[in-house]
Design a binder for this molecule. Sequence first.
Ligand code: M6R
Length: 611
Amino acid sequence: MCGIIGYIGDADAAGVLLEGLKRLEYRGYDSAGMAVLGRGGLDVRRRVGVLRHLEDEVRRAPLAGTAGIGHTRWATHGQPSEENAHPHRSGDVVVVHNGIIENYLDLKRRLQGEGFAFASETDAEVIAHLLARAMRDGRSLPQAFQAVVGELQGSYAIAGLCEREPDVLVAARSGCPLVAGHGGEASFLASDVTPLLAHTRRVQFLEDGDVAVVTRRGVTVTDADGRPVDRDTVAVDWTTETAEKGGYPHFMLKEIHEQPQAILDTLRGRTVVDDAGRVSFPDVTITPDEFRAAGQIWIVACGTSWHAGLVGKYLFEELLHKPVHVDIGSEFRYRKSMVRKGDIFLALSQSGETADTLDAAREARRLGARVLSVVNVVGSTMARESDGVLYTRCGLEISVASTKAFTGQLVALHLLALHIGRVHGILKERAIREWLDQLRQLPGHVEDVIKRDGELLAVAKRFYQKNNFLYLGRWINYPIALEGALKLKEISYIHAEGYAAGEMKHGPIALVDEDVPVVVLAPQDRLYRKTVSNLMEVKTRKAPVIAFTSEGELDLEDVADCVFRIPDAVPPLLAPVPLTVALQLLAYHIGVLRGIDVDRPRNLAKSVTVE
Ligand code: M6R
């Protein structure tokens, strides 16, 4: 996700940038860097790891100057390393970037053809070279920058600086946040409002397509063609803590709301829009032949990631007609392993550091499987040790309860299923194209759920004092019942269990009475009628029923106590995504109503690096 910052004024720029980066460090801590422009020209410093390393470097050898840009990195393209750290420099130009430049490979090839030498593996470096190239013909920094922005596809917030024009910073936004502020004789840029609060409370929230020219006297905003744009100056009265959470009361709620963007980012640049509807995975170094030769597919993960793996099983079996083994990391490790040479082994993990999953992957590799990890944290141990890695691009997840990483994993598994289906010749190009279209509509469906959060809050208010919940789902939504129950357990301390709805009559139905709310997942799919029958079984035993269904299904209104609907347009295999978001919000509200610190639930750690 990355954090960017810019300053131009009369004060020591390095100090302002460092203080600002401290506020933005939650956005990534793979590396940090800054460029300061002083009498001696540009001084660029970059350090791998947490911000403290950059701070130590600046203390050791201070940078002098009153204008600069800074960056804290959450790696997407290229491992965390000094070369890949921002700012990126080309001649007398430096830039910092947050986002993903989707056409960077095309741009890079062109620039290399013109003689530009690349020092990093990042997508961002192309921006520096493009800007240096655009200034060669005498254009000013703002003019050149405008031209460069027109060449970029993807998502970005950018800040840039040039030695030749020391009195101006340039910035642009498309799909990534960027705030500008002015106070006294200084102006500021940042990924969120927190770094600005120590200097000014009057800010402008830039919007997609905005290009800004920032001087000591103020900020001028235009569109990409240079036409002036009026952005209101807003007075912000947030505390620093509120601001870090983007105005949300908790990181968990912020991360739930970030899901449309996280899904979009996980899809971005993966789908080459050609007639073949190709899905491209530059990091997946497992060859089509290896996929074809694989005897078995294994998926191993823990916790929420394991639930994503279970969804993957239904998905792969449905789309690829291939059996898939799914296991919990800690179980896989100590069972007699049936992994064979050449099998494909998928390790799913947000952190890429979960000890049980990591060890399972090592064991599979030892047995000759090709290990492909689906991880969120770039450069994590799992990513480094795998034969191939498919990154979910959900950004930093801070809340202990995993939310956006899970839906990102589901999207990544869909992409992978399309890829494998194509390699095997099971999925035809047209089917792949149609599926990709459906995936692209997911962010909109998730937005739709988030907009109706008030309905989920009302459900939470009705049931938050109950001590036991059951979650029921069938088929691909059975793992979603497990995930809904886990989320509720983690952040409300309510006892909750997820079951395959058809399994109730084999025992768990003995638990049901008027004091046990039952959450039933019944979207429009081929098992809808059967799920409704299961719903009736618990209703008959007086359980309050909270039904999650699709817009078109109207017959639950009279039987369920509460009904929440996801859009009709969501195809059955994608229903787990919006359903999960609704269950996350329900759990969140119940946890908050019960007074739990939902971001830091008791006894849990974000990353479980011990067995
Ligand atoms: O980083 P990982 O995805 O490997 O983590 C696995 C689990 O520890 C994690 O999903 C855990 O269950 C979360 N607290 C769920 O919200």
